[in-house]
Design a protein around this ligand. Structure first.
Ligand SMILES: [Zn+2]
Length: 484
């Protein structure tokens, strides 16, 4: 490797910690477990005749060539205008679309089954992410942080195939009526001092993010945010007892899931409590209510991004069921449970659903995301793997959901790539197809502009300039989701 960025790390080793993307470049050797999925591993590779959607939100560019050398993008331009060095491996990708590696900012390494048990999945999850074109993830809440730290190490050492991982510490909550999730492994913080101690510990262990979950007091969460910022960590949340506006004022750095978790609009809300009428309020809210723009104004002013998650759709009745790939990846009994869950959800009354009123709330959450971006907000995307939304496949599904919400295909790709990279602070190296960036590229058979669903026909996924066989990775996971 001989480029200015590499020498920069050598010269400034002490600050390399603050540039996590640079840590995750390819290891010197891949173990057999990784090597079996590698289809392209030449020092110089030319992807020719592609339709390029580059992650900047700009229009697609036809018949382009992307030249990759030593894991970085060396040149991008019209085929014929880019000189290809002799000895380069040339791929003729006529009829294919190329997008940047997807950056999934709500991409757990566990799967929540239809019975709502959390299955840690160090085998299936990283393979599914990589196979689906997701080359960078943030774990966004953890029940097994050491499993995830070890997985990250295994991927970086070339022992396990998978994406770059930005580690999030165990979920934090504080005492209150909705705090029962401490029983499944969330960290219940009872004092400001315990909050600060927890953050310091995980900062040293390698976490980059802390995630708050629904039941939080402003006092405790303020201490979490303050201590996190002192140690260079950031904080996100699946909110409820604290509203979006309150969290933004406390200094939160990102907000998960969007509309269905915002308690800004419930007039019966009491401080530090999730209002019992939360879902009912959202189901009836006039989407022209001026308070919506007030939330957005505050988020834009303080530059707080929002994350959309593919799981949102899974909570709503009347949505399409899992595709055949999803069923194949699941253990047979998980597939059976999921189909039963969905049938029950579709037949349920508004209050009988796991999350009530989602039939009304889900389309509003799509409108909310579109309006947020129109107001100048930064929207990123992830999956939150649960039910029929699997690691990777759910990240791909976001493209169709964002297009349904009213975004163009290039805008939706930007949300899934560049915007995620911006949230994670790695846009200088990832998130778009531009000269100098790491060569994370997703090769898709077909025209994504004409058919967003073509994203399922991902054939090769490049991470650091190394191409992985998507179909082979998916085949290795058959029947494993919900198991390991
Ligand atoms: Zn989650």
């Amino acid at each position: 490797m001989n480029n200015p960025r590499t020498s920069l790390i050598v010269l400034t080793g002490a600050i390399a910690f603050f540039a996590p993307a640079l840590q995750a470049q390819r290891p010197p050797v891949f173990q057999a477990e990784v090597r079996q999925y590698v289809t392209v591993d030449s020092p110089t590779v030319a992807l020719t005749h592609v339709r390029l959607i580059d992650g900047t939100g700009g229009p697609p560019r036809d018949d382009h060539t992307i030249l990759v050398s030593d894991g970085r993008i060396q040149a991008v331009g019209a085929t014929g205008m880019i000189s290809i060095p002799s000895g380069a491996k040339v791929l003729d990708l006529t009829g294919h679309t190329v997008i940047p590696g997807i950056v999934g900012v709500h991409d757990h390494m566990f799967y929540s089954t239809p019975q709502m048990t959390m299955v840690q999945s160090p085998y299936a999850s990283p393979r599914l992410y990589l196979a689906s074109g997701v080359t960078t993830v943030r774990t966004t809440g953890s029940f097994s942080p050491y499993a995830e730290l070890n997985l990250k190490g295994g991927i970086e050492r070339g022992e396990v195939p998978g994406p770059r991982i930005h580690i999030t510490a165990p979920y934090v909550i504080s005492p209150g009526p909705d705090a029962h999730l401490d029983q499944i492994g969330m960290h219940k913080l009872t004092t400001e001092e315990s909050a600060r101690r927890m953050v310091r510990y995980w900062a040293e262990e390698g976490a980059e993010w802390i995630k708050g979950y629904t039941q939080l007091s402003r006092q405790i969460f303020a201490a979490v945010i303050d201590e996190a910022h002192k140690h260079g960590l950031k904080v996100t949340g699946h909110l409820c007892s604290i509203s979006f506006s309150e969290a933004v004022r406390l200094g939160i750095d990102n907000i998960e899931h969007g509309f269905r978790t915002n308690s800004d609009y419930d007039r019966s809300k009491q401080q530090d409590l999730c209002p019992p009428t939360h879902f009912e309020t959202l189901a009836k809210l006039d989407m022209n209510d001026p308070r919506i723009q007030e939330t957005f104004r505050l988020m834009v002013e303080r530059a707080v991004p929002m994350t959309t998650t593919a799981v949102n759709e899974q909570l709503a009745p009347g949505r399409p069921g899992p595709d055949p790939r999803t069923i194949d990846a699941m253990a047979p009994w998980i597939a059976e449970q999921e189909l039963a869950r969905r049938a029950q959800l579709d037949a349920s009354t508004p209050t009988g659903e796991i999350y009530p009123h989602m039939r009304e709330i889900y389309p509003r959450s799509q409108q909310y995301e579109r309006a947020f971006v129109k107001a100048g907000g930064l929207l990123a995307a992830g999956v939150d793997p649960a039910f029929g939304a699997l690691a990777g496949f759910g990240d791909q599904r976001n493209l169709e959901l964002l297009v349904q919400a009213g975004f163009t295909v290039p805008e939706a790709i930007q949300i899934m790539t560049a915007n995620g990279a911006k949230v994670l602070g790695v846009l200088a190296d990832l998130g778009t197809v531009e000269v100098g960036k790491l060569a994370d590229l997703v090769v898709i058979q077909g025209d994504l502009m004409a058919n967003p669903g073509a994203i399922r026909q991902t054939t090769i996924v490049f991470k650091d300039g190394v191409g992985y066989d998507s179909a082979k990775l998916i085949a290795s996971v058959k029947g494993q989701v919900g198991v390991r």
